[in-house]
Ligand binder design. Structure first.
Ligand code: NAP
Length: 837
């Protein structure tokens, strides 16, 4: 297809209109430096006209008041029109920016199509929510458009970056004034036509071409603009931010980048070379997410430099209209001059140019050879600043810590890359890099479903996430919809880890009677919600203040606590002043904020600080205990609740002396753990009571010296006989008040009964008061009164030594079979189901 000389005006209020000054600007093909057309040069007056058209469309027009579904239909038509006109758009983009046509079509145009399809789908889900209040009111939230959005975009990906602002703003019902980069205005103007053809009403999208200093500045400062969406350099971004601060409008800042790409010694070298080259030649290096700083492990450094010096000059460079071309010209002559200045500075700083390093004289266009420079000091401006051209610097490093320090040593934080075959290292290092996105074993493009944005001088705000701005991680969890409902797998969204939170990929999770009590509606917890409180897994990411664990660590999850109340400070976190709301009743963080949402609605989460019936769990650091690198997680998962409860009842409360008796009422997971714990003390009589004879057989194998089958006689008398006159210690795990009463009656003088089993809330028990006068004690117990950081590593060690054979209690089930595990547990055929992820 050929495109004739292009003459375009401004697009305001649905009309083509010349700039009010009458001024025009040339549009230049960077492949040949020839003028291919002109566009109107808008100024502050034109911006004013455009903002006023956008305001009228917002206040009086149909777009903000259309339903999301109606807007979605229009956006889907835009996607169809984009596909129909894909070749023309690709050619325009190639002419305007110098993009190789082989990339402009599949990357620039097709990503733009996907943006409209994606946001069309999201437009249909922009629902509000109803809120329960204790007041006699009906409260609800609505999603409303912001108003007039001022969009300012750069020259390097005109189609993608412009429409990454237009598509979500349109989906939400806003109106827009768009100021594209003066070097590359063509596709923005063509989009205005296609949007109108698709049914976007007049005045909703307005395009004012012109210089940043004049038209851009006027848009930033216009009082009629309700939001600024800016993509461009950090220098101009600072101006935009200060203008927005004056007028107090919200803004999204997508600014410069200078990403490090770290090649570890265990990398797949071929793949790493591919990622390194792609990372700096894609879009001729004019790519905010480019990886122009290559950091290579010292053992690979010389080899890598040799490979790059040979491979880089073979990447096809030339006419962007040639389908084989990978590197086209730069967008303008001034960009080539900037790269020349950087390469001169590199030479002055002692850099060794391995290949390239010169302008390329081709068809009069703006070409620069792909260039690799080694041995630059880290302080060199060529390393520290954004070059925005086809230049790669390479530096060696000696260890992981140095690689991370070098990677984070610039002002920017948009992207980063890691090349390694060590999965734990990939996650560990990714969590330490100052970057909005980290590529592992590739250098990739973005998908509309992936949140995008930078940290530090690379900006703030995340785009491509209108579904729910808080959601960073989508994962699969077993959700209980309401009391009595089954556990059903469902997609949920996790919040980003806060400073004191840890993201854990679950490997195993034990099922406990407390989970079943909540799921049946017997224990209070906000449903729908995600339960699970005996998790074990591998740390995926950590919040900024987390010090106990790092990504890649194996961890066991237990209950959480505040760490600050008198009981926490005394080493009794299970009696934390806020234990119930933090672990059970609240379903949210201490400040009430949700850790889990689904389709934007809050779910009950934060169960025991973990809610671990989920492939990924967001966990309080205080719930996390670090284990050894080879810890068998599927075996250890139940330590977090059931096992430490039974063990703690014996070790922390009863503390049997030589010759004491320990009676365990109920031989489930907690009771059998108490039996195992008692067997590790000087108690000489260990009595297990249960109504299931197979459990009693197991109790004997685990250390019980006597067993009593409940219901076969007078339980009090049977216990007194087995213990030779009365029990010195007793652990009640059944939650049955009749069994508890019989047990207390069977205590010896000064004997202690520990209540562990929890009947429904509000249950009471009658005691023989005179019978208690012999110094008997009845003590309630939560989670073994254990200090998890000390107790759980000890238990893990005893398991490893074979002295605490918890595996005898466990039957494993795939996570998807959670309902089968529930059935087996309630049916008594399985003592401790452990879900495997
Ligand atoms: P730029 O010079 O900052 O320009 C960006 C936009 O701002 C252009 O439309 C420009 O208009 C306009 N502008 C310039 N001066 C202005 C002012 N005083 N007031 C208001 N607007 C003004 O950036 P660029 O050279 O076009 O693009 C390259 C930069 O963008 C690089 O730093 C790159 O990393 C960054 N970038 C970031 C992302 C991201 O997502 N984080 C994506 C792509 C690019 P004129 O072109 O007419 O001057």
């Amino acid at each position: 297809m050929s495109i004739d000389k292009i003459e375009r005006d401004l697009y305001i209020g649905g009309q083509w209109t010349p700039a009010q000054s009458g001024t025009r600007r040339d549009v230049v093909d960077p492949a040949t430096a020839t003028v291919i057309g002109t566009v109107a040069e808008g100024d502050a007056g034109d911006i004013d006209r455009a903002v006023s058209a956008a305001r009228t469309a917002f206040v009086d027009g149909p777009w903000p008041r259309m339903s999301g579904r109606e807007r979605a239909r229009v956006l889907n038509r835009v996607a169809v029109l984009l596909r129909e006109n894909a070749e023309e758009l690709a050619e325009l983009e190639s002419l305007d920016v110098g993009k190789p046509i082989g990339l402009a079509l599949p990357v620039d145009v097709m990503t733009t199509v996907e943006q409209y399809e994606y946001y069309a789908a999201l437009a249909q889900t922009l629902d509000g929510s109803t809120r329960d209040t204790p007041l006699n009111t009906f409260a609800y939230t609505r999603r409303e458009p912001l108003g007039v959005v001022g969009a300012i975009t750069p020259f390097n990906f005109p189609l993608i970056l412009s429409n990454s602002k237009l598509a979500p703003a349109l989906a939400a019902g806003n109106t827009i004034v768009h100021k594209p980069a003066d070097d590359t205005p063509l596709t923005a103007l063509r989009m205005a036509e296609l949007l109108t053809e698709a049914g976007v009403p007049e005045g909703v999208v307005n395009v004012v071409t012109g210089s940043g200093a004049v038209a851009g500045d006027a848009l930033l400062r216009h009082p009629g603009v309700d939001k600024i969406a800016f993509t461009g350099s950090t220098a101009i971004g600072r101006r935009a931010a200060s203008a927005a601060a004056e007028s107090l409008v919200p803004l999204t800042m997508e600014l410069g980048g200078n990403a490090a790409n770290i090649v570890f010694e265990d990398a797949d070298v071929d793949k790493a070379v591919g990622a390194a080259i792609k990372g700096f030649v894609f879009n001729t290096g004019q790519f905010c997410m480019a990886g122009p700083r290559l950091l290579v492990a010292r053992p690979l450094y010389d080899v890598f430099l040799g490979i790059l010096a040979d491979a880089v000059p073979t990447v096809p460079i030339g006419n962007p209209r040639d389908a084989q071309t990978v590197i086209g010209p730069m967008a303008s002559d001034r960009h080539v001059t900037k790269v020349e200045d950087f390469v001169a500075a590199a030479k002055a700083d002692g850099g060794r140019v391995l290949c390239g390093g010169e302008r390329l004289d081709l068809d009069g266009g703006f070409y620069y050879q792909p260039t690799v420079i080694a041995d630059l000091p880290n302080e060199s401006s060529v390393v520290q600043e954004e070059i925005f051209g086809p230049v790669l610097t390479v530096q060696p490093f000696d260890d992981e810590a140095e690689a991370i320090a070098l990677a984070n040593s610039t002002a920017y934080g948009l992207a980063a890359g890691i090349q390694t075959t060590n999965l734990a290292r990939a996650h560990r290092v990714a969590a330490r890099l100052d970057a909005g996105i980290v590529f592992v074993n590739d250098w990739a493009m973005l998908d509309p479903a992936v949140p995008f944005g930078g940290v530090k001088a690379s900006g703030f705000g995340r785009r491509l996430t209108v579904r729910n701005p808080m959601s960073t991680y989508t994962t699969k969890a077993a959700v209980v919809e309401s009391g009595g409902s089954p556990f059903a797998l469902s997609s949920i969204d996790l919040d980003e880890p806060r400073a004191d939170e840890v993201l854990v990929r679950m490997v195993a999770a034990g099922l406990c009677h407390t989970d079943l009590g909540v799921a049946s509606g017997g224990l209070p917890f906000p449903l729908p919600g995600v339960l699970g409180h005996e998790g074990a897994g591998v740390v995926e990411a950590v919040g900024s203040a987390v010090s106990r664990v790092s990504p890649g660590d194996r961890v066991l999850l237990s209950f959480t606590s505040c760490g600050d109340c008198a009981n926490c400070r005394d080493g009794h976190p299970a009696y934390c002043a806020t234990w119930l709301p933090l672990n059970l009743l609240g379903g949210a963080r201490a400040d009430g904020s949700p850790t889990i949402t689904r389709d934007g609605m809050q779910l009950g989460g934060h169960f025991f600080g973990q809610s671990s019936f989920s492939e990924l769990a967001l966990v309080d650091e205080r719930s996390v205990v670090k284990l050894a690198d080879d810890a068998p997680l599927e075996k250890l998962a139940p330590l977090g609740c059931g096992v430490q409860t039974g063990v703690g009842a014996v070790w922390n409360v009863l503390q049997p002396r030589p010759g004491d008796s320990v009676v365990v009422l109920g031989a489930g997971a907690v009771g059998l753990s108490a039996v195992m714990a008692a067997a590790l003390t000087p108690a000489t009589t260990i009595v297990a009571v249960d109504k299931v004879s197979s459990r009693l057989d197991l109790a004997r194998e685990l250390g019980a010296t006597h067993v009593i089958e409940a219901g076969t006689g007078n339980l009090t008398a049977q216990i007194q006989e087995a213990t030779g006159g009365g029990a010195s210690g007793m652990v009640e795990t059944t939650g049955n008040v009749g069994v508890l009463r019989a047990g207390v009656d069977a205590l010896a003088s000064r004997g202690t009964a520990v209540i562990v089993g929890a009947p429904p809330f509000g249950t009471e028990v009658a005691l023989d008061v005179n019978g208690m006068l012999g110094g008997k004690r009845v003590v309630g117990l939560t989670l073994g009164d254990s200090e998890t950081q000390r107790l759980i590593p000890v238990l893990a060690e005893l398991v490893a030594q074979g002295r605490l054979p918890v595996e005898r209690l466990i039957t494993e089930y795939p996570f998807a079979d959670i309902e089968k595990a529930v059935e087996a547990m309630t049916g008594g055929t399985t003592i401790k189901p452990v879900l495997r992820f």
